[in-house]
Write a protein that binds this ligand. Structure first.
Ligand code: SF4
Length: 117
């Protein structure tokens, strides 16, 4: 399998090609530094993303509050996490970095507030 990856570690945005099967990497080309090689290798085997969205808010001035995952979550779990957030509600008062969902979808990652209410 061949995967084209745009490195997001720095603004250069190098196009990196990774070839391999499953988690086994056979070659990485197109990177211009070690950080890019590490990024592409992780992205090939276990792609992850920081999840940013909003959550329903009860008892506050606004109907929703901005939230994000405290750490990147596996890409294949993003939709499940979005469902879990959609089905939850925070209760005012909320402070920045308050944990609103612990261990979302068993990922070991918490969903935290990025705003106050
Ligand atoms: S490979 Fe290196 S130089 Fe290229 S975008 Fe990634 S971090 Fe930047």
């Amino acid at each position: 399998m061949k995967k084209e990856i745009i490195c997001t570690v720095c603004p250069m945005g190098c196009r990196i090609t990774v070839e391999g099967e499953g988690e086994k990497i056979e070659s990485i080309t197109g990177h211009t530094c070690k950080r890019g090689e590490q990024y592409a290798s992780a992205e090939f085997a276990h792609p992850v993303r920081i999840l940013t969205t909003t959550m329903r808010l009860e008892g506050g001035k606004n109907p929703v509050i901005p939230v994000r995952s405290a750490k990147p979550v596996p890409k294949e779990k993003i939709m499940d996490c979005m469902e879990a957030i959609r089905g939850s509600a925070a209760e005012a008062p909320v402070r920045v970095y308050d944990v609103l969902i612990e261990n979302v979808c068993g990922t070991g990652v918490d969903i935290v507030a990025t705003g106050e209410a």
